[in-house]
Design a protein around this ligand. Structure first.
Ligand code: ZN
Length: 438
């Protein structure tokens, strides 16, 4: 094991121990912690981050006078488009000293986003994630299966085993009927304690099991991540696997984590970042009802993001009485998030949110939408700017084919408006052949 891996493991363990304590903080302790962390990151951004140096100077904001939560409204909101187009300006002059890990994010717009996540943030996130898993009943080193969009060295490998953490990871992109039956056989043979992953992928396994009349060995608990978990899907999973389901929410930019506790309340991790719920139209911060999630991470000194608009909608709990689990972090009634349909490929694979990665490298695409209107045909609705060219189509085709394969016929349509569902929603993936979000 390399020295850096050992150091990382020690950092994760340390942060996890801290998170095991901070979950018991009272309101005052949480707010003091938030103020302290916000003051530190805002001062650091003002000194060392080109974007914030310029912004603060232009609006006459003096970071030395900043007092924390009470002054947050003085910092303008940051949207995805600004971050994508000016990403280099967000890297701190002294980023190297914090240890940079580069991560590329997905999105349904054309500019890929390269994030500099520093060592401390990586460790803090894992420490906090581990707390979530423990809330869901995870016992370290107990056998766990995880089904998400993984990239293994062998692109055809359905799974990879990680003996150090007793985890089996399965690539959700290869989830055909045959692959699902293989995974089901492994569940019944290896009897994992816990499953983590995309709710749709875990649901599809149970559907194939039902179709083929294969009983599933009961799992202790399931943690869903990466996609919106509807109540309907939660019930289907609980029935199929005879266990409790816990929803988990995080994202690459690391400005918010939401996790379900033992009592199934959805807690905002108030010790990991400072989150606000804003009115999407006016940008005003709300203390009740639904709105867009905005977050400020406490730890990423390599690339600080302050009041970043995550793009996902959530609903605050009207009742912010202390949760019976003992944790005083705020709670949400619902994570609305992104609700995509699914594309089913002719070779029987189901592709969901991960298709958004396919659009990343195509220049000039402002908004996009993938619609499946028959078993062998999809089309892309594209809203483009004047930098869009034949090369962009080439890049799009490459990205889409890498995920959907070669058998589907794909058309590209330049449009001025994306298609809406009868509900009024405009999902990135729309199925007209019944593979709808449930
Ligand atoms: Zn709770």
């Amino acid at each position: 094991m390399s020295k850096s891996t050992i150091l990382h493991a020690i950092r994760v363990l340390k942060s996890h121990i801290i998170y095991s304590y901070s979950q018991n903080w009272n309101k005052e302790q949480i707010e003091n912690h938030q103020d302290k962390k916000l003051i530190n990151i805002v001062k650091h951004a003002a000194r060392n981050v080109p974007y914030y140096r310029n912004l603060f100077s232009n609006i006459g904001f003096d970071a030395n006078d900043f007092r924390g939560r009470i002054d947050m409204h003085k910092v303008p909101l940051l949207d995805k488009q600004t971050l994508r187009t000016r990403q280099k300006e967000f890297i701190a002059d002294n980023a190297d000293r914090f240890g940079i890990n580069w991560e590329t994010t997905s999105g349904s717009t054309g500019t890929p986003l390269k994030l500099a996540i520093d060592n401390s943030t990586k460790a803090h996130k894992l420490g906090a994630v581990l707390r979530s898993y423990r809330w869901a009943g995870y016992i370290p080193w107990k056998r766990t299966f995880s089904i998400q969009s993984y990239k293994f060295a062998d692109p055809k490998a359905i799974y990879k085993h990680y003996p150090m953490v007793n985890m089996w990871r399965f690539n959700s992109r290869l989830l055909s009927k045959d692959a699902s039956l293989e995974i089901l056989a492994m569940i019944n043979d290896l009897k994992p304690e816990m499953m983590i992953g995309y709710p749709f992928s875990i649901y599809m396994l149970s559907k194939f099991a039902k179709d083929e009349r294969i009983p599933i060995h009961p799992i202790r608990s399931i943690v869903t991540a990466g996609e919106t978990l509807s109540e309907k899907r939660r019930i289907l999973l609980e029935e199929a696997y005879q266990c409790s389901v816990y929803d988990f929410y995080s994202h690459h930019e690391d400005v918010a984590i939401i996790s379900e506790c033992k009592k199934h309340s959805k807690h905002l991790f108030d010790d990991f970042s400072y989150t606000e719920i804003i009115d999407e139209q006016t940008g005003e911060t709300k203390t009740s009802g639904s709105g867009e999630l905005v977050g400020t991470g406490f730890y990423n000194y390599a690339m600080p993001l302050i009041r970043y608009r995550v793009g996902d909608k959530v609903v605050l709990n009207d009742n912010q009485e202390p949760c019976p689990c003992g944790c005083r972090f705020r709670t949400l009634e619902e994570i609305i998030g992104r609700q995509n349909d699914y594309i089913v490929t002719p070779d029987g694979r189901y592709i969901g949110n991960v298709l958004e990665h396919a659009i990343d490298k195509s220049k000039g695409v402002i908004l996009s939408q993938c619609v499946q209107d028959s078993v062998d045909h999809v089309y892309l609705n594209l809203i483009v700017d004047n930098t869009f060219s034949q090369d962009s189509i080439g890049d799009l085709e490459k990205g889409i084919r890498a995920r959907l394969g070669d058998e589907l016929l794909i058309d590209y349509k330049i449009v001025t408006e994306l298609e809406k569902k009868p509900s009024g929603k405009t999902p990135f993936i729309m199925s007209k052949i019944g593979q709808e979000f449930i």
